[in-house]
Design a protein around this ligand. Structure first.
Ligand SMILES: [Zn+2]
Length: 99
């Protein structure tokens, strides 16, 4: 009997742990990325400041991604081929009908 209770308790703990992890993952997925910390100019910054600056620069340089109406691949907006009001990743896919 005690063996059965042990296995039931273990199963309950495993299910609780899995649910907790799933809730954390969902919460992390729903939260927007942390805003960049605003640092006063002219202040000495270490490696963390350089990393933050590089991250801010990468965000500023990030390009909008579009989804191809034919194959569904995401590609940079600068490579967009627009045809009949839809966006395509290449001229070949623009000539083919959307799936
Ligand atoms: Zn495509």
């Amino acid at each position: 009997m005690s063996r059965l209770l042990f296995w039931i308790a273990l199963a309950v703990l495993v299910v609780a742990a899995i649910r907790s992890k799933l809730r954390q993952a969902v919460k992390r997925h729903q939260q927007p990325p942390d805003p960049q910390p605003v640092q006063p100019p002219g202040r000495a910054q270490g490696a963390a400041g350089q990393a933050a600056r590089a991250r801010a620069e990468a965000v500023a340089n990030a390009e909008t991604m579009l989804c191809c109406a034919h194959c569904g691949v995401y590609y940079p907006a600068s490579e967009n081929v627009a045809a009949a009001g839809r966006d395509y990743c290449s001229a070949a896919h623009a000539q083919l009908a959307p799936l």
